[in-house]
Structure formats: structure tokens, C-alpha cells
Design a binder for this molecule. Structure first.
Ligand code: SAH
Length: 390
């Protein structure tokens, strides 16, 4: 690999782009390869992709023979599972394996009670031998669990892999009821619209509940993650999402938790949150807590300015509607928008809204999505809790 690729690995980032790699002739797709710098010095072993722009994902900075790969994978999967078991409280569902952060670049596994969802994002994790090791290890770690493999058409295209349906690879159940912080949710890995829950928000749901009081508004509510937590503490909850299928599941989730609510029914509204916030702000509606958890607005670096103006519009309107003493929980899952840019946007929104706002917590993804230092892609989620003073 060239000097730039080697420098990237030495700086702690496990990816090297195709333009920085000189692969030997006929390196097979998904092969374990030895990586050397421009002067031939060994940098470690990596998974090779013959198709993706990310040609190299470093697995280890030592040496590793092919026949030792299964053992290394088994050890890392076991370590990832043990790490979660030790840390995750009040939930039967969490991310078991978070790719680079668990030194398993290209593998994601989520646990929804007794259903595990596996996503292989690279050619290497599609190799039959590697997949078998992963499935066997997971079955050993989580006895009795089913495993569903979720296949993403976009990834299959990037990695030039055959497209195939998502399917059960172990056991019989693809659906479960899972619990986060005592709140129950439906999960069905193979149902049409289903993409799973946002497990990265698990600890933020609990945090939101700590500030919840009075009247709540949950924007971009999906299947009700925040709304269902708020409903245990608030007098009324309004939740907005543009997706009807998401709201249908949200209503079923509400039924599952009916016994826990102080409030009457949660009001689920199918609408564009931008329009709804504009209308509600114009109508001078007021709330005691507002949650903003939109989808990633900036999918590329170039989209950042437009994304920031979208975030600002939402936050400005939300801040205007909060009563003094009220809380804003505002999130961004755009990796390309930095925390500094997000806070600057929030400051501008507060100024334009004419509100004095105090930051009470700066948060990220739940601890089962650990951040790997030097890999900023693992630190994508920003979540700021503010209090409106006046
Ligand atoms: N807060 C949710 C996750 C939100 S994901 C949770 O914790 O589970 C983002 C959601 O925004 C999706 O459900 C999507 O349907 C919705 N969405 C996207 N654009 C929207 C818009 N303009 N108005 C309202 N909802 C929108």
C-alpha cells in the first residue's frame, strides 16, 4: 500500500481506500491478507474487498495465519458478548457486535430478546467459512436464540455480492417482544417495513424520561421509542412521524404497555414534522418537553450546510414552543455533522428563538455502541438535553 494508506493505519483507522492499495494479482474477494507499507514493512492482517472503495479493513496489527482466523473471530465475538452482558442493565436487547468498535470490521449483530439479527457488511463476512464461525459462536453465546440474517441491497451492490432475501439462518422465530428500560416493543425481523429498533437510543430514552413532565411532543417518533418512555411520566404525549407503517407498530407497542401509563392515549400523528412544527408554533402551542430525533440529514460531507439549516429550523420551532423550565432533547445521527457544528446550530436556533437555554447533558449512543478512538464513524450520534430558562 502507499504511504497515505500506511499512515492511515498507523493513525489507528482500520480502513484503507482502494486508491491507496496495490493488491497482489488475483487476491480473492474477502481474503485475509497481509498488509505492508510502501517499504515492505508489515502493518498487520486485514480483510480484503475486491469491490468496495474500502479495500482494506485491518483485523489485527500482528500476524495471523488463515487457519487461526476462526479462533480469533470466536474470541472477539465472545469478548463482545461478555462486554455487553457486564454493562447493559434494564434491557434484554442491545447491539452485541458493533463492527470496528469490537475489532470485527464489517460485522453487526443486534439482539432483540431471543432473536439475533446479523448483518454482514463485507465480502469477508459473506464467506461461507467465516459465516459459519459467526453463527456457531453466536449460538454458543446466546443459547436458544434464533438468528436472522438481514441483507441490505445497497451493501450487496457495493460489495458485488449476489442479492438474496433476509432470512432465518438458525432457529424458527424471527419475531419477538423485547424490553428496554421496562418498556415493551414488538419486533419482527422479516416483516415488510421492519428495519429494527434504534437500540443506540436506549439510554437516551431513559434519560428523556428523567426530564419528562407535563405535555410532551415526540418528533420523528418511528415506532414510539421516546413517546412510550415519555408516556410513563407525562400528562399527554403527541408523537409525529411521516411513516404510517411505523406508526401502526407504535400503536401496537402502546397497547403492550397500556398498564404503565398515567396519560390517556398517546396521540400518533402521521405528518411531515417540519410542517407540523411550523403549524403548531404558529398556533402558539406549548410543551414541557420536546424530542427531535430526525433521520440523518447529511449523508455526505457536501450535504452538511443544508442539513444544518434543516436542524436549525426544527430546533428553533421546538425551542419557541417550550415553556420555561421545559426540556429539549435534540439528536443528530449524521456522522458528517460534528458535535461542535451541532452545538453551534443549536446556539443560533436559541438566539433566533429569543430563548435562554442551558445544556444539561451531552450524550451519545448507548454504551453497547462503543466509540473506537481514531474511528470517528463510530461516534455518529449526538444527543443534547437542554433546559429552557426563559
Ligand atoms: N426516534 C425514533 C427513531 C427515529 S428514525 C426512535 O427512537 O425509535 C427517523 C424517523 O423519521 C423515521 O421513522 C422516519 O419515518 C421519520 N421521518 C423522516 N422524515 C420525516 C419527516 N419529514 N417528518 C416526519 N417524520 C419523518
Amino acid at each position: 500500500m502507499n504511504r497515505r494508506g500506511a499512515a492511515r493505519l498507523r493513525a489507528g483507522h482500520p480502513w484503507v481506500y482502494r486508491s491507496d492499495v496495490q493488491a497482489g494479482e488475483q487476491v480473492p474477494a474477502g481474503a485475509l491478507v497481509e498488509v505492508r507499507d510502501e517499504r515492505g514493512r508489515k502493518l498487520g492482517v486485514a480483510f480484503y474487498s475486491s469491490a468496495s472503495q474500502i479495500a482494506i479493513r485491518l483485523l489485527d496489527s500482528g500476524e495471523l495465519a488463515d487457519e487461526k482466523l476462526p479462533e480469533l473471530l470466536r474470541e472477539r465475538i465472545a469478548a463482545a458478548a461478555a462486554w455487553r452482558r457486564e454493562r447493559v442493565r434494564d434491557a434484554d436487547s442491545y447491539r452485541v457486535i458493533f463492527s470496528e468498535s469490537d475489532l470485527l470490521p464489517g460485522l453487526i449483530v443486534d439482539k432483540y430478546n431471543d432473536v439475533l439479527v446479523l448483518q454482514a457488511l463485507t465480502q469477508a463476512f459473506h464467506r461461507a467459512d467465516v459465516r459459519q464461525v459467526v453463527i456457531d459462536s453466536l449460538a454458543g453465546e446466546f443459547a436458544g436464540a434464533s438468528i436472522v440474517e438481514r441483507v441490505d441491497a445497497h451493501i450487496q451492490e457495493l460489495e458485488q455480492l449476489p442479492s438474496r432475501p433476509s432470512q432465518l439462518v438458525l432457529g424458527e422465530r424471527a419475531a419477538s417482544i423485547f424490553t428496554l428500560n421496562g418498556v415493551r416493543f414488538h419486533f419482527d425481523a422479516l416483516a415488510g417495513q421492519k428495519t429494527g429498533a434504534f437500540l443506540d437510543q436506549r439510554e437516551n430514552y431513559a434519560a428523556a424520561a428523567r426530564y419528562a413532565h407535563g405535555q410532551a411532543l415526540d418528533c420523528f417518533s418511528y415506532q414510539g421509542g421516546f413517546a412510550l418512555h415519555l408516556a410513563r411520566r407525562c400528562e399527554s404525549v403527541t408523537a409525529v412521524d411521516s411513516s404510517r407503517p411505523a406508526l401502526e407498530v407504535a400503536e401496537q407497542n402502546e397497547e403492550l404497555n397500556r398498564d404503565q401509563y398515567r396519560a390517556g392515549e398517546i396521540e400518533w400523528i402521521e405528518a411531515n414534522a417540519f410542517d407540523l412544527l411550523k403549524d403548531y408554533a404558529a398556533a402558539r402551542r406549548e410543551y414541557d418537553i420536546v424530542v427531535l430525533d430526525p433521520p440523518a440529514f447529511a449523508k455526505t460531507k457536501r450535504a452538511v450546510p443544508t442539513a444544518l439549516s434543516g436542524y436549525k429550523e426544527l430546533n428553533l420551532r421546538a425551542l419557541k414552543m417550550l415553556r420555561p423550565g421545559g426540556a429539549l432533547m435534540t439528536c443528530s445521527c449524521s456522522f458528517h455533522v460534528s458535535e461542535a457544528e451541532f452545538l453551534e446550530m443549536l446556539g443560533a436556533a436559541a438566539a433566533d428563538a429569543g430563548r435562554r437555554v442551558r445544556i444539561v447533558e451531552k450524550r451519545g449512543a448507548s454504551s453497547d455502541h462503543p466509540v473506537l478512538l481514531n474511528v470517528p464513524e463510530t461516534a455518529y450520534l449526538k444527543c443534547v438535553i437542554c433546559e429552557v430558562l426563559g
